[in-house]
Design a protein around this ligand. Structure first.
Ligand SMILES: [Zn+2]
Length: 106
C-alpha cells in the first residue's frame, strides 16, 4: 500500500489553488499600494511572508504618498482623492477654480 492516491491529489490540488490565489491577490494588493509586484514572491517563503505582511501593514505605501490628501465631495460629502475628477461615490464631476477650492461642475 501507500503511494499517491486520490485524496492526496485532491489535497495537493487545493494547496496549489490556495498558493496561486494568494500570490495573485498579493500582486494585486502590491500594485495598488505602489510596490513592485515581485514582492509577492516573498509569500512563498515561510516566516519571511509573515514578516513582510507585518512590514507592509505599517509602512507608508508609495501609492498613498503620491495620492496626496483627500477632499470632501461637495455633492455627497464623501471623502475622495484630491486629484479626483469625478466622485467615486455619487458620480458627480468635480472641478476646481483654484487650489483647495472645490466648485460644482457647470
Ligand atoms: Zn460625491
Amino acid at each position: 500500500m501507500g503511494g499517491v492516491g486520490l485524496p492526496e491529489l485532491i489535497v495537493l490540488l487545493v494547496v496549489i489553488v490556495v498558493v496561486v490565489a494568494s500570490i495573485w491577490l498579493s500582486v494585486k494588493i502590491l500594485k495598488k499600494a505602489g510596490y513592485s509586484p515581485w514582492w509577492a514572491v516573498t509569500m512563498l517563503v515561510p516566516l519571511v511572508n509573515i514578516i513582510f505582511v507585518y512590514v507592509f501593514a505599517f509602512s507608508k505605501w508609495p501609492a498613498l504618498a503620491s495620492a496626496g490628501s483627500a477632499i470632501t465631495c461637495p455633492y455627497c460629502s464623501a471623502s475622495i482623492p484630491a486629484q479626483a475628477l469625478k466622485c467615486q461615490h455619487c458620480g458627480e464631476w468635480i472641478t476646481r477654480q483654484n487650489a483647495g477650492e472645490i466648485t460644482p461642475a457647470g
